[in-house]
Design a protein around this ligand. Sequence first.
Ligand SMILES: C[S@@+](CC[C@H](N)C(=O)[O-])C[C@H]1O[C@@H](n2cnc3c(N)ncnc32)[C@H](O)[C@@H]1O
Length: 243
Amino acid sequence: MKEIFQGEVFAETANFDRGIRQLMPRYDEILDVLARCTPANAQRILDLGCGTGETSLKILDRCQDAEVIGVDYSRRMLDFARTKINLAGYSYRWTGYEGDFGEWANHNLSLPGEFDVCVSSFAIHHLTDEMKLTLFERIRSSLKPGGVFWNADRVLPESLALKEVYQERREDWAQSQGTSLAALRTKFGTNVSQGYSGPDRFATVYSHLQMLTTAGFTSVAVPWKYYGMAMFGGMVETVEGDG
Ligand SMILES: C[S@@+](CC[C@H](N)C(=O)[O-])C[C@H]1O[C@@H](n2cnc3c(N)ncnc32)[C@H](O)[C@@H]1O
């Protein structure tokens, strides 16, 4: 089986966009909610683990003046993203960086400037909880006042019973898409741990919110949750009269 980085999922990158929609119930909906919660007037947006660019594209559609910076450690995924973004006519507003967001969290990779918004989808769950917190702190300190961070990701089921329910829902979803989880798995690559990312290290929504609070976000929210997937994040609110 072909070796891939954690998070690339499919052995052939060309299978990702269709496959992820069969694998993740309501994938487009969670990303649409993330885009909708992103202020339309944002100017600088960071997309961590941008993959083939699906989230970046939704953000570029919504935020017509924004420059989006996509970060991913997989050159294959970045190449796919770049091609799609060029085809959509957004190349002048999107820059892809090949790098590990764990390195960025630890200040070993620099990205230019501060951001109005940071987004991520289906990528951060590859970090340990300790690194998730370090990353959230880095995101927090890289956001301008009034900035916001949204993360769409898989989350840890809150009990064993719910784990079964969530898994059943994923199987039903795959069947409704004309396939099955087993059939989809035959298209997966063999994951090799790369940099800071390892096999799935899910955390509950509750512990994500605690980490975001510890990282200094003044307000946290969960605009969307569906079985084992959630879109949550934190805001850096400006205090009236502050400064
Ligand atoms: C499941 S894909 C999701 C891609 C895209 N965000 C989406 O929702 O379609 C996860 C992506 O995160 C990237 N990734 C995982 N860990 C990473 C890390 N530590 N640094 C940079 N990219 C990472 C993978 O290469 C992959 O492209």
